[in-house]
Design a protein around this ligand. Structure first.
Ligand code: PLP
Ligand code: COI
Length: 366
């Protein structure tokens, strides 16, 4: 289990004048959905040129004041992360690989010309918030506390250059299933739009990537699909990732493929974890380009037996159907496959402290 020394910044604790009433909170926790409800607290830390990170606090969650000229509102200088806290069977709480999120946050910060946040400060911020909102773990099966650390450029300045002032914030949201449909396998729409090009921001977790994915996502929804799939920018042939998840392909010969990290897809922490678990399961794992045409052909021939999406919000979700302007095809029987279920079961068992954490992925809180 990972541990943490004293953080290099101290958080002022501001009392909450009116936390949510227990009965209201319990009603939310019985059916949280995803991303709709928020806990009582938030973390904020400021950064200014010449001063660095300062003014750290844990206080009541609420609106923030921003100058209308703040750079984030004009040039979208914003990055974010997504990770989950889990309540274990014995009542204790745990985070899954928070240092990996901190490292990716800093990689995103570098790409968006923003200041990096020391890993220990990122992790302490998240820990402080979970501690304050410990009553907010959903009571539903598979429930968790979804944490959303993010950073915005707050300087009031309309010239186009990196801002000189920023705010780091962490909010939390009780989370159940990401997909509203609750279907056993999701249906995905292959978009004709491009998400990321070589040299762009595809590998960074910045809001702008998601803004650009909204029209393709809306198109997928309006056609009755659950997620959008993006292909590469140059040839529109190679599978990259979904709007908010990475993809894996499982074959009858015991091999597993996921697209490589070439700079245009997000380096998912779930993806990385599953690569390790799949190798432990004895699968031949390859990070390798895979084309949509090949996918269609392999699904038809039976060479490909399963495909699944993965991410913090989506966990591990089977892909049952793929549709695009060239028609559609079904994966396997269109439902969850055995390998997908096995990998999901192992990952969630580790996250919830039910399987030994041999990788040092689980950070116990309390
Ligand atoms: N790809 C995109 C575009 C995402 O938004 C996410 C979610 O964070 C992922 C992949 C999966 O990343 P992770 O497993 O770290 O949540
Ligand atoms: C996550 O899985 O944490 C994400 O950020 C994906 C988003 C679509 C909710």
């Amino acid at each position: 289990m990972a541990t943490l020394a004293q953080p290099s910044i101290q958080f002022a604790r501001l009392a909450h004048p009116a936390p949510t009433a227990a009965d209201v909170r319990e009603a939310v926790l019985a059916n949280p959905g995803f991303g709709t409800y928020f806990t009582d607290h938030m973390i904020t830390i400021d950064w200014a040129e010449g001063q660095g990170w300062h003014n750290a606090s844990l206080g009541p969650r609420g609106p923030i004041a921003l100058d209308p000229a703040a750079s984030v509102l004009h040039y979208a200088q914003e990055i974010f992360e997504g990770l989950k806290a889990y309540r274990l069977k014995d009542g204790s709480m745990a985070l899954f690989r928070p240092e990996a999120n901190a490292a990716r946050f800093n990689a995103s910060a570098r790409r968006l010309a923003m200041p990096e946040l020391p890993v220990d400060v990122f992790v302490s911020a998240v820990r402080e918030l979970v501690g304050a909102d410990r009553e907010w773990f959903p009571s539903v099966e598979g429930g968790s506390l979804y944490l959303r650390p993010f950073m915005i450029a707050t300087e009031a300045f309309l010239g186009v250059r990196p801002a000189k002032q920023y705010k780091f914030i962490v909010i939390a949201s009780p989370a159940g299933n990401y997909f509203k449909s609750g279907a056993p396998a999701v249906s995905i729409w292959v978009s004709d739009y491009t998400r990321a090009a070589p040299g762009g921001t595809g590998a960074a977790k910045c809001g702008g990537n998601y803004a650009a994915s909204l029209v393709p996502t809306a198109e997928a929804f309006s056609r009755g699909h659950d997620q959008v799939l993006f292909l590469d920018a140059a040839e529109h042939r190679w599978i990259e990732e979904l709007g908010g998840m990475n993809l894996f392909f499982a074959f009858a010969d015991g091999s597993l493929i996921t697209p490589p990290l070439t700079g245009t897809i997000l380096p998912g922490i779930t993806r990385d974890s599953l690569l390790s678990l799949a190798r432990e399961e004895g699968l031949t794992v390859r990070e390798e380009r895979y084309s949509l045409d090949q996918w269609r052909e392999d699904a038809a021939s039976g060479r490909l037996i399963e495909a699944f999406a993965c991410g913090t919000a989506a966990v591990v979700t089977p892909v049952g159907k793929v549709a695009g302007t060239d028609g559609e095809f079904v994966i396997g029987s269109g439902g969850p496959g055995q390998l997908t279920q096995k990998l999901k079961a192992r990952l969630t068992a580790i996250q919830r402290g039910e399987e030994a954490d041999t990788h040092g992925w689980v950070m116990l809180l309390d």
